[in-house]
Design a protein around this ligand. Structure first.
Ligand code: FAD
Length: 504
């Protein structure tokens, strides 16, 4: 197939929920979903804590969720978008449940709503500590019932096909045919997720290389606020683990305390909400503590929590710690902050439309204005659901998307390209590791006011030159495309003129 009506890039919550909505309302549309890995290998699958929504109006209010989101975003949120997302959240959640996702309830039958940092109320719907896995499972299952959705896994999107400021599809590498091919579409929807792999320490899986943002940037779509990178305070500290395993914020919501090596609870020295302050604040407190003590990690203390209740809510975390030799009921969990979420991205309007005609974006690759400088916990899955609905509604109402004949100027490439390792594997690996290390130091330096920031910026610029050169002089390889995308985003981050306020 080289033509489709709707082309979705990405099979996380943003891509799948949009495809499902369009397929439901538009049975005549052909919808193709391209993913670069297995169907469910997404950031979505790893989401633990849950999804925020006002589901109990006896204990919670929409205004409270709106205010918490605005406060967390430090003045950089679009308040109209915040109101829209929060007000539409319960409806989208009910739909998700109708599609087959199950969320935990109390024995009384009420929702078992969790508490997380920055939330003034318990409002997190969750499925134990694997909410994302459950959502991904339910969406993939539901999608099977649609005959107008076609899945293409292990298809790596390289660049958008753009003519006259209109997106007409994508150029991609097909790992099965081993060819670079074109897929033309009336409408293209980017749902390619985040870019945590820019940094040395991240909770994001290895697929999170910012491909969609880099493609959109090369195609001249506007990118906004990419320097607002959220570091999650509590990733499990194990040397050289990529990705780092997340210890969900919900664990602190359930009463876990952060302590330093001396066993002192220190976050209250930085903020009156202590461990339940927003992520930027808690990460800042940990970085400062590590600087003071010269230690490599701090500790999460769960030893006082009820063993049975904890194991029931956090089975994955309990088991992962056990595998690392940590008994969460007797030992302290070693934790450190890790790059977690890209708050900025491809600028979109309230319907998810980008500045390029016939190109939409949603999920972690998009910047809707919801998160501002610092995303409120569990608002990301929610954002993807709400914006998928808004975009699908607009697309269906438009009916004729009209990209007549724009495809003709893009010849396909006939050569078969073997799936080997990059020619210069050692050089590739060194450049990738150097980039991740420099970006990690750059980020931490912003936090501590390092006078050498400009040197680090120049180092990123120099690495960008080397990577571009390697890319241009090597045979095609997916890893090189990903590395080029990572460095493109790193450049956008270090060149950002606006002040970074996330860690002040
Ligand atoms: C460990 C962890 C825990 C989290 N916990 C929570 C939580 O509790 N609550 C919450 O709200 N958020 C949480 N988040 C954030 C949230 O999971 C993500 O922001 C969200 O799932 C992103 O969804 P998405 O659909 O935008 O992208 P993803 O789910 O990351 O999907 C990206 C898709 O794009 C595809 N893709 C990427 N590049 C290409 C390419 N070049 N060609 C083809 N396909 C491509 C991938 O194959 C994949 O299918 C967590 C994140 C992590 C990492």
């Amino acid at each position: 197939m080289n033509h489709t009506d709707v082309l979705v890039l990405g099979s996380g919550i943003a891509g799948l929920s949009f495809a499902l909505k369009v397929a439901q309302k538009g049975p005549d549309f052909n919808i193709c979903i391209l993913t670069k890995a297995d169907k469910n290998e997404t950031n979505t699958k790893y989401a633990q804590g849950g999804i925020a929504a006002v589901m109990n109006t006896l204990t919670d209010t929409f205004d409270a969720h709106i205010n918490d989101t605005l406060e967390s975003g430090k003045g950089y949120c679009d308040s109209g978008v915040v109101e829209m997302v929060v007000n539409k959240a319960p409806k989208r959640l009910v739909e998700m449940i109708e599609w087959g996702a199950s969320f935990d309830k109390k024995p009384s039958g009420e929702w078992d709503l969790g508490l997380e940092g920055g939330h003034s109320q318990s409002r997190i719907l969750h499925h134990k500590d694997k909410t994302g896995y459950e959502i991904e499972r339910a969406l993939l299952e539901k999608l099977k019932s649609f005959r107008n959705i076609y899945f293409f896994t292990h298809h790596f999107a390289i660049d958008l096909l753009v003519k006259e400021h209109t997106c007409v599809g994508v150029k991609y590498y097909n790992k099965r045919s081993r060819k670079i091919e074109n897929l033309f579409a009336q409408l293209t929807y980017l749902a390619t997720g985040g870019s945590g792999q820019i940094f040395e320490t991240t909770t994001n899986p290895v697929i999170a290389t910012g491909d969609g943002v880099a493609m959109a940037h090369r195609a001249d779509a506007a990118i906004k606020d990419l320097h607002f990178i959220q570091f999650h305070p509590t990733a499990l500290f194990l040397k050289k683990e990529n990705p780092a395993f997340l210890i969900s914020e919900a664990v602190r919501g359930a009463g876990a305390k952060l302590v330093n090596k001396a066993g002192e609870r220190f976050v209250f020295n930085y903020h009156p909400s202590g461990e339940l302050a927003t992520r930027d604040v808690v990460s800042h407190a940990i970085f400062s503590e590590l600087q003071k003590t010269g230690e490599a990690c701090v500790y999460l203390d769960c030893t006082h929590l009820d063993e049975k209740a904890f194991t029931a809510h956090f089975p994955t975390i309990t088991e992962r710690c056990r595998k690392a030799g940590i008994d969460v009921f007797r030992d302290l969990i070693t934790v450190t902050p890790a790059a977690h979420y890209q708050c900025g991205g491809i600028a979109v309007n309230k319907n998810g439309r980008t500045g390029l005609k016939n190109l939409y974006a949603n999920g972690e690759c998009a910047n809707t204005g919801l998160h501002g400088a610092n995303r409120l916990a569990s608002n990301s899955l929610l954002e993807a659901l709400v914006f998928a609905h808004e975009a699908a509604t607009e697309v269906i109402e438009k009916k004729d998307m009209g990209n007549p004949n724009l495809s003709l100027d893009f010849p396909s490439e006939a050569a078969v390209i073997p799936l080997t390792l990059p020619q210069d594997l050692a050089v590739y690996k060194t450049l990738r590791e150097q980039l991740q290390a420099v970006m990690q130091i750059y980020y931490l330096g912003k936090h501590s006011g390092n006078p050498g920031q400009n040197d680090l910026k120049n180092k990123v610029i120099a690495l960008a030159g080397e990577i571009e050169n390697l890319f241009n002089t090597s045979a095609f390889h997916i890893s090189l495309c990903e590395l080029r995308n990572l460095v493109d985003l790193a450049l956008l981050i270090v060149n950002e003129k606006k002040a970074d306020i996330t860690l002040k």
